[in-house]
Design a binder for this molecule. Structure first.
Ligand SMILES: [Zn+2]
Length: 263
């Protein structure tokens, strides 16, 4: 007999699905023909290993899986891969006919899953119950409004940046093929709060969260490359060296892979 558990989104007691913490398609496209994926840990002592497992956990009921899929993932998972409705220059990538709410909540749906996940690999990402509940409410109701005064996108500002190697030492296909899993650290200064970030398809996604910020500044201050409501999303292109974490990570991946005869 399968035991009943509580769905993390709708709180009903039912049989839960093996929910993907990170949308499955991110792993699927990276796995390519081999059906396996190279997992590399930032921890130097851990050897890279081929794996066909993306992180899964009994988290959501069937209806909520469906809800997240239809409302957010159908649009979100294909977003960075689309070629139509996209204009590219050396300085920016412009996504036309942008659907802000859908894309914003899509990115929030992943952060929320990572935060409520009890998997060891996401132990370091813990938003706390209060924040988790705000995110959960917005995802469940498909809204940005927490209440009549506050919007979730005032609290979590999300930036998207396309990273490339402007010196052409790294192949763009390599940059695009790497998935950097979620991480969390202080922003440039402690006063600026925390950032959560990951990288997929050559795009870095940064969530800014500052619990200390005044309501005034929450509502008016914009972050670099912040996604905002509009018909177009303009994503700046930046050199990977401007993002130390990723630049270091990529050179580490290359070195590890060479050392282990995988490249
Ligand atoms: Zn549910």
């Amino acid at each position: 007999m399968s035991s009943l558990l509580v769905c993390r989104l709708c709180d009903s007691q039912c049989k839960l699905q093996d929910s993907h913490i990170i949308p499955r398609s991110y792993f699927k496209s990276m796995k390519g023909k081999s059906g396996q994926l190279m997992l590399v840990s930032i921890d130097e002592s851990v050897d890279p290993a081929l794996s066909n497992a993306d992180p899964k956990e009994k988290l959501l009921c069937r209806d909520c899986e469906q809800h997240i899929n239809t409302c957010y993932e159908m649009y979100g998972t294909r977003f960075f891969k689309q070629h139509q409705k996209v204009t590219k220059t050396k300085e920016r990538v412009v996504f036309n006919q942008f659907r802000y709410k859908e894309f914003y909540l899509y990115l929030i749906s992943i952060l929320w899953r990572v935060s409520v996940s009890s998997l060891r690999r996401y132990k370091h990402i813990e938003l706390g119950e209060g924040l988790n509940n705000y995110l959960k409410y917005c995802l469940k109701e498909n809204t940005l409004n927490i209440n009549s005064h506050f919007k979730i996108d005032d609290y979590f500002k999300i930036s998207v940046i396309r990273v490339v190697d402007k010196k052409n030492q790294l192949d763009d296909t390599l940059i695009k093929s790497i998935f950097f899993d979620y991480n969390c650290e202080y922003a440039d200064t402690i006063e600026e709060g925390l950032i959560y970030y990951f990288m997929v398809d050559g795009f870095v996604i940064v969530y800014h969260f500052n619990p200390e910020e005044s309501i005034d500044s929450l509502k008016t201050k914009r972050k670099y490359a912040q996604i905002v409501n509009g018909k177009k999303l303009v994503v700046p292109v930046s050199d990977i060296r401007n993002f130390k974490q990723f630049a270091d990570g990529i050179s580490m991946i290359i070195n590890k892979a060479i050392n282990h005869g995988k490249l």
